[in-house]
Design a protein around this ligand. Structure first.
Ligand code: GLY
Length: 342
């Protein structure tokens, strides 16, 4: 048992990982009375690079029914209180517009829309997409609107969660290379792609994604109001509004832990972004970065119990921000069992 839990707490909890998942779990556990320490590194991980879309509909694809179900459950939590008490301007868009450029792209979009309807979660189709977003390129007509999807400023959210954690009594601790270094009654492994270094055998692998940040300049056309996701001649691109510009993402490839931003990745993203929203050509190219998504073989996150005092919360793939509230609730449920047993 850990030796450091504060008097009156349910017990001590050591969370390894200070990204959106670790922080969401920490805030929730602290509010349930746990004495929480978050072991975190100085390095910026996937949460820093992320687009911040909360988009279970527009990320969906037939066969991914389980992902859709937990994504929708988590989106409800975003709408029903996860943001309560978090400081700052966090939400940057309140719907997604999903559009298609050529006929094959339109067919892909219909596949998704039909599947969502069959799942009981219809989206709103349109053949006049420019009525919803006048900045779209001429000729882009077909799309659907996901009315309840959100986007958040990933960096503002992480900063807000850190503040909320501190306010709730969470303490910061140095990174660890071995779970034995975590002096706590219960441990949560929430360090993304590094989870297997603490618990060998966890099936999480890095999937690289390059993301650009474009900044609005005086004289440019205004920012889009919705998240715009597009299929562009078979590739996918997303444009996520921010207070000062647009986040453009994302490439996806398996190159181990390589986070070099490469020319073809940036070129493809810019080509596709400007095909969809030509006005972006006048924006400043402010940042190019790459993150490593923690992906699992079946695309579902690893959230649950590993042994009598260890929990895991990783493997969120493309949906770490979306699934943060759901993960925090799941871990809170597991912790209630531990807490009750102490
Ligand atoms: N959330 C989208 C991505 O990982 O690119």
């Amino acid at each position: 048992m850990g030796s450091t839990s504060r008097a009156g707490s349910v017990g001590s909890l050591g969370i390894v990982g200070g990204g959106v998942i670790g922080l969401a779990v920490a805030r929730r556990a602290a509010s349930d009375g746990w004495d929480v320490r978050v072991h975190r590194t100085e390095q910026r991980g996937a949460s820093w690079v992320a687009g911040g879309m909360l988009a279970p509909h527009s990320e969906g694809w037939p066969g991914e029914e389980a992902q859709l179900a937990i994504g929708l459950e988590s989106l409800k939590l975003w709408h029903s209180g996860f943001l309560a008490g978090l400081p700052g301007d966090i939400v940057t868009a309140r719907r997604s517009l999903v559009v298609a450029v050529d006929r094959a792209d339109v067919a892909d979009l219909r596949t998704v829309a039909d599947w969502l309807s069959a799942q009981g979660h219809p989206v709103t189709p349109t053949t006049t997409a420019r009525d919803f977003e006048p900045l779209l390129a001429q000729g882009i007509r077909h799309g659907f609107i996901a009315e309840t999807e959100l986007a958040v400023d990933n960096r503002a959210l992480v900063a807000a969660l850190e503040t909320a954690c501190v306010d709730a009594g969470v303490r910061w601790a140095p990174p660890v290379t071995d779970l034995a270094e975590v002096d706590a009654d219960v441990r949560v492994i929430a360090n993304g792609i590094d989870a297997p270094t603490l618990w060998p055998g966890l099936a999480v692998r890095p999937v690289k994604g390059e993301v650009l940040r474009l900044r609005w300049r005086k004289g440019c056309m205004p920012l889009p109001q919705s998240v715009i996701r597009a299929r562009v001649h078979g590739r996918q691109v997303y444009l996520v509004p921010r207070g000062d510009g647009v986040v453009v993402g994302a490439t996806q490839y398996e190159h181990g832990r390589d986070t070099t931003v490469v020319v073809t990745g940036v070129r493809d993203l810019l080509d596709d972004a400007c095909t969809v929203l030509p006005a972006l050509g006048e924006y400043e190219l402010a940042e190019c970065a790459a993150g490593l998504r923690p992906m699992t073989p079946d695309g579902l996150p690893l959230v649950g119990r590993l042994d009598e005092r260890t929990l895991v919360a990783t493997g969120h793939g493309r949906n770490g921000f979306l699934l943060a509230p759901w993960t925090a609730e799941r871990i809170a449920r597991e912790l209630a069992v531990f807490g009750g047993a102490q």
